[in-house]
Design a protein around this ligand. Sequence first.
Ligand SMILES: Cc1cc2nc3c(=O)[nH]c(=O)nc-3n(C[C@H](O)[C@H](O)[C@H](O)COP(=O)(O)O)c2cc1C
Length: 147
Amino acid sequence: MQYNESEFLIETVVPENELIISRTDLKGNITYANETFCEISGYQESELLGHSHSIIRHPDMPSSVFKELWQFIQDERQWIGVVKNLRKDRGFYWVKAIVSGVYKDGVLVEYKSLRTPINYTEKLKYQKLYDKIREENDEKRRKIIYE
Ligand SMILES: Cc1cc2nc3c(=O)[nH]c(=O)nc-3n(C[C@H](O)[C@H](O)[C@H](O)COP(=O)(O)O)c2cc1C
């Protein structure tokens, strides 16, 4: 498929009244994605299941944010944060995510994430913050491979 750079600038606005839900195994491979997740990310369910959650990682996201996320959830603490995600069509969408463990008989078996929209002011604040963190950490933008 052909992509051009302008598609990378297109935002998908997350609806107010729906939750974007996914679950992963303990390594971060997707085991469940709800219909809203598929719609907003632009992937079919079959393209997501079994794949690493980093399939929707946006290059604007600093690595340190995900490092913190994993530290929290591996310590069995809930992580709440703002994430810019990459759509299949190279567009993006912003969410506030609550990531935590899924327990069976008191044993941690999976992780889950529930996501809701954020407003324009928050998007602007986090875009600037993440740009600054990436710059401070001398992080290169991840290269987008155009198929
Ligand atoms: C339940 C759960 C949900 C996650 N949701 C996202 C997400 O929406 N977007 C994202 O980029 N990473 C998400 N991650 C983090 C990814 O596993 C991964 O750490 C991140 O994309 C960075 O990928 P990389 O380390 O391969 O660069 C999630 C992890 C878990 C456990």
